[in-house]
Ligand binder design. Structure first.
Ligand SMILES: Nc1ncnc2c1ncn2[C@@H]1O[C@H](COP(=O)(O)OP(=O)(O)OP(=O)(O)O)[C@@H](O)[C@H]1O
Length: 299
């Protein structure tokens, strides 16, 4: 459905996207995952034809359909709605950009607003919606053209976890009904929700595969630790430990062999008078995969 060949974008002296080759297949939920500034927006904008690549090529739908034929929906990262128009007026405006007649827009809107649970807010001004509801309205607008493929740029950025769950539920429903989804996200936990993932770092693809395939690429084991102090960075200095990273209220320690590392960690923490409430080997998360492939900590 989307084929990217050595896609590159240079802005002045900055190479935002470098030699990216990827294929998004029909029926995929394909995640483009990477931290801020990795090049996600730039890549998606080239795919949508909003900016030209410096070099490389994008082919959509095997080159059989035109990019501008309304056969894919795009939900940009930035707020793309008119704040002083109501929910329904925004949808009508969007429909008119694609030359859809009012009746068609109204019928489709009713259906999609049901799905996005915005039906009761049709006459509310967009600027008065919550952050999550604004994102849902942007999604509704992108869906009004009934696209076969949806391209979304960080659709859940900065909204609460409850909303993120709800938004992903909608994406799953759309995908189940046959829609191909190409979505960017800085959230590593969302990578786990994708059928296929490309990890992007400083403009380059560092890994591509299903979440399970990517997790198997990690050679080290991961030990998760909860202790009564927050800063356990010093664990990285133990010879049995390759890396120690902070994850919210816990630490993930990357080790070649589990048991000697656990003994050594227990000894060191006990010497420092630090109590351990949890220390077990766990299945690596997508954060662990990203850290191990890029040697970077993520938020
Ligand atoms: N129009 C532009 N002119 C100059 N530099 C740009 C432009 N657009 C993006 N960049 C730079 O390209 C790099 C990639 O930016 P991009 O916005 O694509 O990343 P991103 O992964 O989407 O991150 P974010 O979530 O912060 O938007 C960054 O260093 C950014 O500053």
């Amino acid at each position: 459905m989307i084929e990217m060949e050595a896609l590159t974008k240079v802005f002045g002296g900055i190479t935002a996207v470098s030699e990216v080759s990827l294929r998004v297949e029909q029926g995929d939920i394909f995640g483009l995952v990477g931290p801020d500034g990795a090049g996600k927006t730039t890549l998606l904008r080239m795919v949508c034809g909003l900016i030209n690549p410096t070099s490389g090529r994008v082919t959509l739908f095997g080159g059989r359909q035109k990019k501008d034929a309304g056969n894919f929906g795009y939900m940009p990262q930035r707020f793309s709605l008119c704040g002083d128009l109501t929910v329904m007026e925004n949808i009508n405006f969007f429909g008119s950009l694609y030359k859809l007649d009012r009746k068609t827009v109204r019928e489709r809107a009713d259906e999609i607003l049901e799905l996005t649970k915005l039906s009761q807010f049709k006459s509310r001004f967009a600027e008065d919606l919550s952050g999550g509801m604004k994102q849902k309205l942007a999604l509704t607008c992108a869906l009004v053209i009934r696209p076969g493929m949806l391209i979304l740029d960080e659709p859940t950025f900065g909204v609460d976890p409850e909303f993120r769950k709800e938004f992903w539920k909608i994406l799953y429903m759309l995908n189940r009904d046959g829609m191909t989804i190409f979505v960017s996200t800085p959230y590593m936990d969302e990578a786990d929700l994708c059928k296929k993932v490309a990890l992007l770092d400083r403009g380059k693809i560092v890994a591509v595969g299903t979440p399970d395939q990517l997790k198997k690429q990690i050679k080290n084991k991961i030990i998760e630790i909860k202790a009564d102090v927050k800063d356990l960075d010093f664990l990285g200095e133990l010879p049995e430990v390759d890396d120690a990273s902070f994850y919210g209220d816990r630490y993930h320690v990357s080790v070649p062999v589990v048991e000697p590392a656990k003994i050594s960690i227990s000894r060191l923490l006990s010497e420092k008078g630090i109590a351990i409430s949890f220390m077990e080997e766990i299945t690596p998360s997508m954060e662990d995969v990203f850290v191990s492939l890029t040697e970077k900590e993520v938020v």
